[in-house]
Design a protein around this ligand. Structure first.
Ligand code: ADP
Ligand code: MG
Length: 551
């Protein structure tokens, strides 16, 4: 047997990186701004622990497009790199300085928010650039260094000209990528990936109107001033403590996340946990229509405030993908397939934590403001009913607050309903028969008839309610659902209550025959004397199972 070491030569791997590292070329900007952010956060950390004896100040990151020169600049005021560090971190592909930093400062830096870890992000620059330059001045050094590489494995390294601490990355944008020099495209990327990154990002300037001085005349124009155009909000709501946020702050953040949503969310759930995994976020219950396909504004997934995706499939349980908001967790492995994700232990824990938090929030709303909860029921029931169907753990929790409205607009929990009907609505096998209508108008006379008998009739009209009823029938003992126009009604009728028909037996037979001829379908049953005199003279019913079969 022979063992050996596979020799990865840069010559071979470089074109591969260029081509296949990321399928989405646009993420190069996210990667470079992430590095600039890391460099700034590292400096923040080192000054905080006294290892870097420099002024941290109020650093920003600047993105500058030079359309004429076909260059894009990303400039930070972070720790910078010495010549040695460039050799180590940049020239060694797949060596992550971020990971090394986190290992070195393990305890003190674990909450520093540092983003990088694969040691490949920097090279994504070559997906859009034919040449990349780094001019960097370390906080430890008086001299700057200048690295430059045209995409071949050869690079040059020389003394650089740079006055201030930090790093400037210059991308010479390739012919096929000039879109990334356009303001509109850059703005689009910054909005998508960097909107909530923790260090202020400047892109150009904007004109700000100042208040008029006291001695200004009526028609003097208000003075203006050019200020940095900061494109991000470095302190988004989800990074704060719930205790520091008011209802209005949550609503304002919702508008920030979804500027095109004019409808206010119904309520929010603040997620905040750091053990056994790290997760923060805010989820919102939007007003949902019955159309399950309306899924444009989705939950956004971030890692350390960097946008990753708005496809959270596999990370949150499916029934919660109808919610909106933000989840931020560095513990979600992203370089893996979705099916692997679902099997991942950490992800499973995250998913069940989210489910539990949502259930707890709903439960507390139900307990503390039942009236409000009832008023919102129609807008939230889809999520809850879907959750009860798909997640047993959620079913157990939701069973206590899920509501069953009657046709008259009263809301019962399942337990309350059982209590209410147990005296009057059992069949011969002592099973509770829960009557419901699926359409108030169409089933009007059946509803009236049932009410006349003193029965409660639920209004069950959401699209998945049929499945939920089946689930309830199998998970609860001795209950069954029957639509008001089903033959079960007959089984419930106490014989002494029934009206004595004015028709003779012979007349009844004839009438029944005639009706049967008209309706043809033999699965229907005709009842002539079950009805209250105020309601219809007779009713036609169909067995519950027959109707369900047809659905
Ligand atoms: P990662 O961020 O995953 O560590 P990258 O390929 O993105 O990997 O970057 C490699 C290393 O290069 C970083 O870890 C860091 O040490 C260094 N580096 C990259 N950009 C900068 C920068 N703007 N300032 C200081 N160091 C940087
Ligand atoms: Mg990186």
């Amino acid at each position: 047997m022979a063992t050996g070491k596979i020799n990865v030569s840069v010559e071979n791997i470089f074109p591969l990186i260029k081509k296949f590292l990321y399928s989405d070329h646009e993420i190069f900007l996210r990667e470079l701004i992430s590095n600039a952010t890391d460099a700034t956060l590292k400096l923040k950390h080192l000054t905080a622990i006294g290892e870097a004896k420099v002024e941290y100040g109020n650093p920003i990151i600047e993105v500058k497009a030079d359309k004429k020169g076909k260059k894009l600049h990303i400039i930070d005021q972070g720790i910078g790199m010495t010549e040695e560090e460039i050799k180590k971190y940049i020239n060694e592909v797949a060596f992550s300085g971020a990971e090394e930093f986190l290992n070195k400062y393990e305890d003190s830096a674990k909450d520093s928010g540092i983003i990088g870890h694969f040691g490949l992000g920097f090279y994504s620059a070559f997906m859009v650039a034919e040449k990349v330059e780094i001019i960097s001045k370390s906080y430890k050094d008086d001299e700057a260094v200048h690295w430059s590489c045209d995409g071949s494995p050869k690079f040059t390294l020389k003394k650089g000209k740079k006055k201030d601490r930090g790093t400037e990355i210059i991308l010479h944008i390739a012919e096929d990528s000039t879109e990334f020099l356009e303001d509109s495209r850059i703005n689009e990327l910054l909005r998508k990936y960097n909107k909530f990154m923790p260090i202020p990002i400047k892109f150009g300037t904007k004109t700000e109107t100042l208040p008029k001085p006291d001695d200004a005349k009526e028609d003097d124009p208000a003075p203006t001033k050019e200020v940095d155009n900061i494109v991000n909000n470095p302190d988004p709501a989800w990074t704060k403590q719930p205790a520091d946020l008011k209802e209005e702050d949550y609503k304002a953040f919702y508008r920030e996340l979804y500027p095109m949503q004019f409808e206010e969310p119904l309520f929010n759930i603040h997620l905040n946990v750091d053990y056994p995994f790290n997760l923060t976020g805010i989820l919102y219950f939007p007003k949902l229509t019955q159309d399950l396909n309306v899924q444009k504004d989705r939950i956004q997934l971030y890692q350390n405030q960097v946008f990753v995706t708005d496809n959270v499939e596999g990370i949150v349980p499916e029934f919660l993908t109808m919610l909106r908001g933000v989840i931020d967790s560095p513990d979600i492995p992203l370089n893996v397939s979705r099916s692997y994700l679902q099997a991942d232990g950490a992800v499973k824990k995250i998913s069940s934590y989210i489910t539990r938090k949502v259930a707890d929030k709903l439960n507390s709303l139900f307990k503390n403001s039942r009236e409000d909860f009832e008023a919102k029921w129609n807008d939230i029931k889809i999520v809850i009913e879907y959750g009860m169907l798909s997640e047993d753990k959620f079913f157990d929790k939701a069973d206590k607050f899920a509501l069953y409205p009657t046709v008259d607009g009263n809301y019962f929990t399942f337990e309350e309903l059982q209590e209410k009907i147990k005296a009057n609505q059992t069949d011969k096998d002592d099973k509770l028969v829960i009557l419901y209508a699926s359409n108030k108008e169409e089933q009007h006379s059946y509803i009236e008839a049932a009410k006349a008998k003193g029965y409660e009739v639920l209004l069950m009209d959401s699209p998945i309610i049929g499945h939920l009823m089946q689930k309830l029938e199998t998970s609860k003992e001795k209950i069954s659902f029957a639509r008001v126009d089903a033959d079960h009604l007959d089984n419930l009728i106490k014989k002494e209550d029934t009206q004595i028909s004015k028709l003779s037996d012979e007349e009844k037979e004839t009438l029944k025959k005639n009706l049967e001829e008209v309706i043809e379908n033999k699965s229907y049953t005709i009842q002539l004397e079950a009805m209250d005199s105020n309601a219809s003279p007779f009713i036609i019913t169909e067995p519950e199972f027959m109707r369900r079969m047809k659905e």
